[in-house]
Design a protein around this ligand. Sequence first.
Ligand code: GLA
Length: 410
Amino acid sequence: MVASGEATPAPDAGSRARSAGEAAFGPDWKPAWRASAPGRIELLGNHLDYNGGPVLAAAIDRSVVVLADGGGEPGAVEAVFADTDRSREEVNAAELGDWRNHGAPSGPADYLRGVIAEAGARGNALRSPARLALAGDVPLGFGLSSSAAVCVAMVLAAVERPPGGADLVRIAQGAEHRAGAPVGGMDQSASVAGGVVLFDGETLGVERLEPDLGQYVFAVVDSGVKRSVGASAYPTRVREARQALDLAREILGEDVPNAASLRRQHLEALEAAAQRDSRLRRELLKRLRHIVTETARVEEGVGAIRAGDWAAFGHLMTASGRSSAMDYEISHPKVEELVGETLAVDGVLGARMMGGGGGGTALSLLERSAVERLDATLRGGYYRRYEMADRPDLIQVCRFAPGAVLESLA
Ligand code: GLA
């Protein structure tokens, strides 16, 4: 029996948030709003969002819930985080001003500061005053975009008239930037839109897809290596990609809107130019190669989804993971080991590292009936080697889920 399979009911984040709120703010704390935002899985399109490229992503059935009342001190937002140390944070919007973190985000309080500062900078009035309680079923450091879900849900809960669509995405993404994680907009967009989306990193637009998975499921497989975007090689890759784009523009002398608009012939021209121009370092060419080949894989992946060709989609996922590991050099050796062992299991169509990199989970596409086999294989292999075999929830089947919502509880 897979401890973490679909049969396990998700723990109720709403009631955990409520009890943390009552403990922190007293029995007269009566939440008037409930915001929730799902985590996401990234199906294909690794590190393409901030390069202006396409990403296939899906909102999943794990979410962050924020309850909000209207009974605190004027001008202040107070928050309690049920799933961390239940510490209480108070943020005064006027004192916070144009806050920016120096370094990587240290916890959910930094995202709260980011949300308040970013909402203010974009001219959004806050619900005033507000006391928030937050809890989530999106595991932290797992690579399911808990931080994006936290930011989207906090914007919905704390902003007086929260926008939807790309405007909501921009506040949540800006909040993460302020907190110290220079992320693209894919996580937030998937969380806001819900379902399976083809995201466009250039416009932040989303196109909905309605895939029929048939007997297949997507499952995330825990590597046991905790990570966070801000503290990983992610910011370095963002800088390298920008540098590579600037050089490509200069050397090709063409209008290159973003790195993901480059095609194979451009890559070849740049590889030839690198013989003469030492600024085009080997690693910059590798980053560009990943961006170019990954963009092509997403384009093919859309066709495979539309045709219901999951075997082809699985191959693309596996190729994506190799490219992320070898060319973008953003995976983690243990994640690659886990991917290798996952791919060897009968019924697995594809597996890859997912998200920011440096650890977290691998994403696999497999027959529903192969989930238990995968669990048994890994518990006798990778999980035994790394002394994790007694832990629950190592493999989590993810269902597609609706996007973020704000409900009135009044
Ligand atoms: C993290 C970031 C996203 C995206 C992925 C990699 O999840 O938050 O913006 O860049 O990594 O594709």
